[in-house]
Design a protein around this ligand. Structure first.
Ligand SMILES: *[C@@H]1O[C@H](CO)[C@@H](O)[C@H](O)[C@H]1NC(C)=O
Ligand SMILES: *[C@@H]1O[C@H](CO)[C@@H](O)[C@H](O)[C@H]1NC(C)=O
Length: 603
């Protein structure tokens, strides 16, 4: 037997339909008592809520401040904006539950809702426009029922004269909320600038632009968005000289000081220009954009000539750049002009990258000569805090160049150094760690992972842990039992600063567990341990539990995957229950039991 709908339900349905029409608002609805109105708001789909809010009489907006009892009742004052805000948040959560946690407060949920909505419409339209048979206008592409169901009606197909079927409606109505957009090549057409006329784009990500025919429409969009655009990213694109000239020209205004690009990124693309005849517009873009904060050319076929050209342009213009990422290219030889003699010359000329904090050179085929040049070039980066050299075969001579850099600059602010997979040996690393313990501002984050160092490096590691290091990655360096035995033996003082350690893939067996249980008691700030793949035998887990019980530290996560930890599922569940941080188990155990995590406090 079906129950007859209540009167309130019918009223709300009727209000909802009227609000969806949009252009004929219902003034009376705003005079409803607060409780009823809250009930209405809670049942509105996104478009109706949008219309409700748009037509809300001005006086109701700030009833909270003025004390006007519009939209409040019985002396109970609740800011209307609060209720609307949480309704938007709820609508967002219903539609994109997986994204809700990635939004940082305070958030404008209405803005985020429509921005994300337009992205879904655009992604869908791109699929349609990509079909070979497509020949229509982008703005007339129909938005699917799957999407419309969220913003209009639950059963959208029943709605005959819905205003919102075409893409153009969505951009006209919600365009002003759009700040950030990802566009695929097929949508880089003249019409798109029209669609985006009401938007104030700040972030634009472009994908798969490889043909000249997309360049002109893109440039039109860029000049149209110039006043607000601050981040521009190209992924899987092909950027020729003429393309880059056109882009840079559309970004540069007559009055260079109004240009606001902060982030310029090229990733997984081909950026092939002739460094001897570099496009002047590109050079003046690098030279003149005062606001440029981060510049990325990752995995983009950069060679040493282009990289040298970019670097010297930045240096000559004393750019205010803070992050430079040139990772995953082939730059060997790019800094060959930096020898000790050249540095003295140019340093006295005062050229430097004063504000550069972060330099990423991962995976660039850099060798020991490059490392030597780099150590000289580093003198031009007095503020550098983070350097990633991982995946470059710099070898021990390379690390010695860094040693001499640290010796010459004992108060260098460099705090974060990644030397993973650099073909280092234990001799080089021991020398390096010993130097570090003598410099004034020692490192906080260090990775020497994935270098064949062996057990002999243990003593130097313990020494550097006791000095300054907050986070160390020594995974896969071949420590073995002997290495862990040594680590354990040398560990006698408290390691006050250590917060995270990665010792995975070192085949340490039982000695790993022995070392860890000692470390846990001596490292009061330790938050995260990755001890995976160490061949730890059954019984290790109990040893670690004992130590955790007595240490009462801050440990949040101990990764034990890839070890043979316990024999029974029952042991697992009780351990996961006993050791928790913020309701999450501290131990990450081998995957067979991962699905048995108990959630006792769930209703
Ligand atoms: C990197 O570039 C150098 C010189 O430009 C070249 O000799 C070398 O083969 C390149 N390496 C790779 C892996 O492409
Ligand atoms: C530890 O190192 C391994 C191997 O390099 C890596 O896969 C893992 O993600 C690292 N663990 C953490 C917590 O970063």
């Amino acid at each position: 037997m079906t129950k007859a709908p209540s009167l309130a339900f019918l009223c709300i349905q009727s209000l909802k339909l009227q609000l969806l029409q949009g252009d004929n608002p219902i003034p009376d609805v705003y005079d409803l008592p607060s409780e009823l109105l809250d009930g209405v708001i809670a049942h509105l789909p996104a478009l109706a809520l949008h219309n409700f809010q748009n037509h809300m009489p001005f006086k109701c907006w700030d009833d909270y401040e003025t004390g006007d009892d519009c939209l409040t009742s019985g002396g109970r004052k609740r800011p209307r904006n609060d209720i609307l805000g949480s309704s938007w948040k709820l609508l967002f959560k219903l539609r994109w539950p997986e994204l809700i946690n990635s939004v940082e407060p305070p958030a404008d949920w209405q803005q985020l809702y429509w921005e994300r909505h337009l992205q879904s419409c655009v992604d869908e339209a791109a699929e349609v426009a990509m079909r070979p048979a497509f020949s229509g206008r982008i703005s007339s592409i129909h938005v699917s029922d799957k999407i419309l169901r969220y913003i209009c009606h639950e059963d959208h197909t029943n709605c005959q004269k819905c205003v919102c079927t075409e893409l153009s409606f969505h951009f006209q109505t919600f365009g002003p909320y759009l700040r950030s957009l990802r566009l695929l090549n097929v949508l880089c057409v003249a019409e798109t600038s029209e669609l985006l006329r009401a938007s104030k784009l700040q972030t634009l990500v472009l994908r798969w632009i490889r043909s000249e025919k997309h360049v002109e429409p893109l440039c039109k969009l860029l000049s149209q968005s110039r006043e607000t655009l601050s981040s521009l990213e190209f992924i899987h694109c092909k950027l020729s000289s003429s393309f880059i000239t056109a882009i840079c020209a559309s970004l540069l205004e007559e009055d260079i000081h109004t240009n606001g690009i902060r982030r310029f990124c090229i990733k997984a693309s081909s950026f092939v220009i002739d460094p001897l005849a570099a496009p002047p517009a590109f050079i003046s873009f690098l030279n003149s954009v005062r606001s440029l904060h981060s510049l990325h050319f990752c995995d983009s076929h950069l060679d040493r000539h282009i990289a040298r050209m970019i670097f010297s342009t930045l240096l000559d213009s004393s750019s205010g750049l803070s992050s430079l990422d040139l990772s995953e290219n082939n730059l060997s030889g790019w800094l060959s002009t930096f020898s000790s003699r050249s540095v003295i010359g140019s340093l006295s000329s005062g050229k430097s990258l004063q504000s550069l904090c972060k330099l990423n050179l991962r995976g660039n085929e850099l060798n020991k000569y490059d490392a030597e040049n780099l150590a000289h070039a580093l003198l031009h980066m007095p503020g550098l805090e983070s350097l990633d050299l991982s995946g470059n075969p710099i070898e021990d001579s390379g690390i010695r160049s860094l040693i001499s850099y640290f010796k010459k600059n004992p108060d260098s602010p460099l705090a974060d150094l990644n030397l993973e997979n650099c073909e280092l040996s234990c001799r080089g690393v021991i020398e390096f760690l010993d130097t570090l313990s003598t410099v004034e501002k020692p490192l906080k984050f260090l990775s020497v992972a994935d270098n064949a160092l062996g057990s002999e490096v243990a003593e130097a590691i313990i020494n550097s842990l006791t000095v300054s290091i907050e986070s160390v990655d020594i995974s896969s360096i071949g420590l073995g039992h002997v290495g862990f035995l040594e680590l354990g033996k040398r560990l006698v003082k408290r390691v006050e600063k250590l917060m995270s350690i990665n010792i995975s893939k070192n085949r340490g067996g039982l000695e790993t567990a022995r070392f860890l249980s000692k470390l846990i008691t001596l490292a009061p700030k330790l938050v995260s341990i990755d001890a995976s793949y160490n061949l730890m035998p059954p019984g290790s887990l109990l040893m670690l539990c004992d130590s955790l019980r007595s240490a009462k530290g801050d440990l949040e996560r101990l990764d034990m995957t890839g070890n043979i930890c316990t024999s029974s599922e029952a042991d697992h569940s009780s351990l996961l229950g006993e050791f928790q941080h913020n309701g999450e188990p501290i131990f990450v155990l081998p995957s067979s039991s991962a699905s048995h995590v108990p959630y006792d406090d769930e209703p």
